[in-house]
Write a protein that binds this ligand. Structure first.
Ligand code: ADQ
Length: 499
């Protein structure tokens, strides 16, 4: 089935991402460096393939190291996360000078590409200094990858061409550098890229002063993957209009530098079975008889949090029958706290929650419970399972995994209702959810009202369809789709099981 972990690449897999699949931390007592696990779906799906195929993971270790050549510690014997089997010789930590890293990461990645690619150009800062830092860091990642390719032995290469997999908007220039330098060294390999955020329309993308270089950087790949077809088409159009490439919109092909680059929609999924199991095991954490309307997000201006609170306020105004009976639970993880816009959003949220609670709270009830912090996966599963409604209403979002995690955890016979924004990749695929435009505050209030009052048989029908789709298209399926799009998929029984 799709959730089996039988996938492997037939060449060595080299994953290159901004982050390693764990963070390094110095133990205060022993003074030794240790690994601290990260739990995302990406790590769960990709790390086993790297481990099985004796591949490599190249990335930033999450802290500034004392010594750039410091050996990576082995995993702790008690570690039972998916990266535990990743040996230290399978990990390459990229070291960058702190100042350059800040300019690359907070400056160019999060200050320019994040807002621009989410179609919020007014928030984007264009600076040649941060762009130079971005190019320098991409060069460093490319160098590390080239080194890794050079170090492969003969048997490795005879097993199949090594496969380099670049991730996300942090590394849009690296492929081109790798290809150019590898060709002069006569290294054989395949290279693919996956973008986790939207790719914007031409009219937004063209605002970036160095747009050509981004496109050329990505076209250094054999295959470029996006979550949904719209982002693929945006990219193809940018290649055509900006670089004058010959393109085929139907087959999603771009000709560049005498090669044909394949563009593919590869919608990411979640580790469905893991969430399902957690939903069965998680204790009951919400002590109330009220209907819970749940929001779970990084505290980010793309997630539509301010609009969401206003819609909930509008719901209480227009439908006062919900007062005292419905509670909104918003969980926001601190994110990019060094960036001014994120600090301002934090302030705005604090004030808004205070204002709405001040307006409606009664001696026995308040409308909003607001958690500013990280919660464990098990707690999250409990909240997902026991909420009547999940509000996933970003203003713009590449995919959105929260929508998928919510449906995976809906194990109660009388399930809840998912509300999703059409501006998230998830909104394109999850047809049985209620669709809600987050900008239309009053209309969004009506959609929440409809969700809270939906008859059980309709809820069951919708939720069954949503759950079936996410189970089939889980994160392992996504991993396999990527390998298949690269032409390097083999499974345990040697059969290619994808359609
Ligand atoms: P993100 O913007 O981070 O990801 P999302 O897809 O929703 O957004 O993933 C967030 C993850 O963090 C989820 O797995 C969720 O469980 C977890 N999480 C959120 N709040 C939490 C909390 N308070 N405590 C603990 N965990 C929490 C980017 C893109 C998305 C795309 C993904 C994957 O922006 O559009 O879906 O990458 O490609």
């Amino acid at each position: 089935t799709s959730s089996q972990n039988a996938t492997t690449a037939n060449g060595k897999l080299i994953v290159v991402a901004n982050r390693l699949p764990f963070v390094l931390r110095k133990n205060d007592q022993t003074g030794k460096w240790e690994r601290k696990a990260s739990a995302g779906g990406l790590v769960t799906a990709v790390a086993p393939v790297v481990i099985q195929g004796n591949g490599l993971w190249i990335g930033w270790p999450g802290v500034q190291l004392d010594d750039p050549n410091m050996p990576i510690p082995e995993s702790d014997p008690s570690d039972c996360t998916p990266t535990a089997g990743l040996r230290s010789n399978q990990v390459v930590a990229v070291y960058v000078e702190p100042q350059i890293f800040d300019s690359y990461y907070n400056g160019c990645c999060n200050g320019t590409f994040w807002p621009l690619f989410h179609s919020m150009p007014d928030r984007a800062v264009f600076s040649s200094d941060t762009w130079k830092a971005y190019a320098a860091v991409n060069h460093e990642f490319a160098d590390k990858t080239l080194n890794a390719l050079k170090c492969l032995n003969k048997e490795d290469i005879e097993a199949g061409a090594p496969l380099v997999w670049l991730h996300d908007y942090h590394l849009m220039l690296a492929a081109n550098t790798i290809r150019n330098e590898a060709e002069s060294l006569d290294l054989k390999f395949k290279i693919g890229f996956f973008l986790h955020i939207p790719f914007p329309p031409w009219d937004i993308f063209r605002l970036f002063p160095w747009a050509d270089e981004i496109l050329q950087g990505m076209l250094g790949c054999d295959m470029v993957g996006f979550h949904i077809e719209d982002y693929c088409l945006n990219f193809v159009e940018c290649c055509q209009r900006r670089l004058g490439c010959r393109v085929d919109r139907k087959s999603l092909l771009v000709e560049h530098g005498g090669r044909t680059v394949r563009i593919r929609p590869l919608p990411i999924g979640i580790p469905y079975d893991r969430f399902l199991q957690m939903a069965h095991e998680a204790p009951k954490l919400i002590s109330t008889n009220q209907q819970i309307v749940l929001g779970v997000d990084r505290l980010d201006y793309t997630k539509g949090l301010v609009h969401r609170l206003r819609s909930f306020e509008a719901l209480l105004e227009k439908h006062p029958e919900h007062i005292g009976k419905v509670t909104m639970l918003q969980i926001s993880v601190p994110s990019r706290t060094d960036v001014k816009e994120y600090q301002e959003l934090k302030e705005e949220m604090d004030q808004l929650v205070g204002r709405i609670n001040g307006k409606f709270t009664t001696p026995n009830w308040s409308p909003i419970r607001y958690i500013y912090g990280c919660v464990s996966q098990m707690e999250l599963a409990a909240f997902y399972r026991d909420s009547a409604v999940a509000l996933v209403t970003p203003l713009r979002d590449g995919m959105n995994l929260v929508a998928k995690e919510y449906v995976a955890c809906q194990i109660n016979p009388s399930p809840g209702v998912l509300i999703v924004s059409p501006f998230a990749g998830a909104g394109e695929m999850m047809h049985e959810a209620l669709i809600c435009n987050p900008y239309e505050i009053d209309d969004a209030a009506e959609v929440i009202h409809r969700a809270l009052t939906m008859p059980e048989d309709e809820r069951v029908l919708r939720m069954n369809c949503l759950r079936r789709r996410e189970k089939e298209n889980d994160v392992n399926y996504w991993m396999r789709s990527f390998l298949k799009a690269m032409g390097t998929l083999i499974t345990e029984d040697g059969e290619d099981v994808l359609p």
